[in-house]
Design a protein. Structure first.
Length: 318
């Protein structure tokens, strides 16, 4: 809220500054043009005083032909007393743009009068029809001011957008760092578990595995003298078959004289994109082998006791 108020205050302040600059410029420009025109016409009157006193029409016409070429002059008239002595019109054709500006009032025709004096006696006057473009310059200055204000607004919007992007980028970087930190933390936990852990996607393709699982595969690959990738494919294919029947259990695989026993337990993850499953794998091959030996020993012991009982019955008939 405070940032919005500050932003609006800055825009209003810049608008006031630009408006003030435009106002001062137009005032000074208007005053300068008027005073400069008056000084110029006074200079014309001073120059024409001698020729008008001598009734030198050729010299007056030559002078008027020289100054009428000024683009701001429309016409110049010289009066001897109240009688028109000479007149020159601006002969250059007006362009369509200038004509349009005159039609809409941006260029007006103003008349300046200045007495022509000789020996402190007024002998005539000079009249100049002058194209007053002050309104046009005011409108031009206003448009320039509006353009600067629009540029300022666009620049402010760009700065504000950049600030927001920088803030969002920083927030994103912080979020990425936090996610990476959490990922590293989970991976550490994932890898310190003594049981093999793997994740399978919905097509039973291996996604991630921890160090304990890799140790199981590498150990049996060395023992069986098989390629690690090949053995891993066999593990996953057999696990896929088992998971289609139950989420937990034990499955065995026999290679030559070696039997691999793996205890598994699978849990499907929720709220994940690929419906991955986490599977816990424990190599119980040694325990299973030992259990088979104990079972075999118990069977042999039972057979021995049975044989002993039979022999005893044979040796001690009733």
């Amino acid at each position: 809220m405070s940032f919005t108020i500050k932003y609006l205050s800055n825009k209003i302040l810049v608008l006031l500054i630009i408006s003030g600059i435009v106002f001062i410029f137009t005032k000074r420009y208007s005053s300068h043009i008027v005073s400069e025109s008056e000084r110029t016409i006074q200079e014309h009157a001073r120059i024409l005083a001698g020729p008008l006193w001598n009734y030198d029409e050729d010299l007056i016409n030559a002078f008027l032909s020289t100054v009428i070429v000024r683009k701001e002059y429309k016409a110049i008239r010289i009066y001897n007393g109240d009688s028109l002595f000479s007149m020159q019109l601006h002969r250059s054709p007006e362009g369509p743009f200038e004509s349009y500006l005159q039609q809409i009032g941006f260029i007006k025709i103003s008349t300046f009068n200045e007495n022509i004096s000789k020996n402190d006696t007024v002998i005539g006057r000079i009249e100049v029809d002058w194209k007053d473009s002050t309104s046009y310059m005011i409108a031009y200055a206003f448009l320039v001011g509006v353009l600067f204000y629009v540029i300022f607004l666009m620049y402010s919007r760009i700065l504000n957008t950049n600030r927001n992007l920088e803030k969002n980028n920083q927030d994103l970087q912080d979020a990425i760092k936090e996610i990476k930190k959490q990922k590293d933390y989970i991976e550490q936990i994932f890898n310190v578990v003594t049981q093999g852990l793997i994740t399978l996607d919905n097509e039973f393709q291996l996604s991630v595995s921890n160090n304990s699982y890799q140790d199981i595969v590498i150990r049996w690959a060395k023992l069986l003298k098989m390629n690690i990738e090949e053995l891993q494919v066999i593990f996953i294919d057999r696990l896929k078959e088992e998971l289609q029947h139950s989420n937990s259990g034990v499955y065995e695989m026999t290679f030559d004289k070696h039997t691999i026993s793996l205890k598994y337990f699978a849990v499907q993850l929720v709220n994940v994109e690929n419906n991955d499953s986490v599977v816990s794998l424990e190599d119980i091959s040694e325990f299973a082998t030992l259990q088979r030996r104990v079972t075999q020993a118990e069977k042999l012991e039972a057979v021995g006791r049975l044989a002993t009982g039979i022999a005893h019955e044979i040796n001690t008939p009733i």
